[in-house]
Ligand binder design. Structure first.
Ligand code: IMP
Ligand code: MG
Length: 172
């Protein structure tokens, strides 16, 4: 049963990710930022973005669970914290999607306690319509007005992450 509609093809995604990689490489020229992958959703974007960078980076992984039900943010739980020393380092957080902003807002505050030199947010998707927290992404792959999306790492109840494109879930 095909219950989704393709929104952004793999080809278009890669083209945009390359642009982001170029921009980040220019902005961080001469630096070695710590680039953080927010598991699990950002893995595909993260891997493609790393390959589009031409600056040295240190990679690390973070996992936050935030869903109270399948499509809305709930209680935040930090399941895996940063292991690299971020004090006085430039940090780039790589997210799959920012919706209400709750997850990233929580994590930015958590990270600030570790006193990094700077924090920037790079998100594959920005869904500004439901934003409830004061967060703005510094790098955005695509803006999304509404709807629940899957694929390219994003899931619905742990399904569909493996789809190489971005799709909109129908009849949610
Ligand atoms: P926020 O805390 O409301 O900003 O939600 C952010 C998190 O919710 C993201 O890291 C995703 O894991 C998840 N999320 C939000 N919208 C979607 C969506 O449309 N599809 C899949 N996951 C989503
Ligand atoms: Mg997520």
């Amino acid at each position: 049963m095909k219950d989704y509609r393709i929104l952004i093809s793999r080809k278009k995604i890669i083209k945009r990710v390359k642009e982001l990689g170029k921009q980040i490489s220019t902005d961080y020229a001469g630096k070695t930022p710590i680039i953080l992958c927010m598991l699990k959703g950002a893995v595909y974007f993260f891997a493609d973005l790393l390959r589009a960078l031409n600056i040295p980076v240190t990679v690390d992984f973070v996992r936050i669970s935030s869903y109270k039900n399948r499509t809305e943010s709930g209680d935040i739980q930090l399941l895996l914290d940063v292991t690299e020393k971020v004090e006085n380092k430039d940090v780039i957080i790589v997210e799959d999607i920012i919706d209400s902003g709750k997850t990233i807002h929580y994590f930015i505050n958590h990270l600030k306690e570790k006193k990094p030199a700077s924090i920037k947010v790079c998100t594959f998707l920005d869904k500004t319509e439901r934003r409830n927290y004061p967060v703005t992404a510094d790098y955005v792959g695509f803006n999304l007005p509404s709807g629940f999306v899957i694929g390219y790492g994003l899931d619905y109840a742990e399904n569909y992450r493996e789809l190489p494109f971005l799709a909109e879930l129908l009849n949610e």
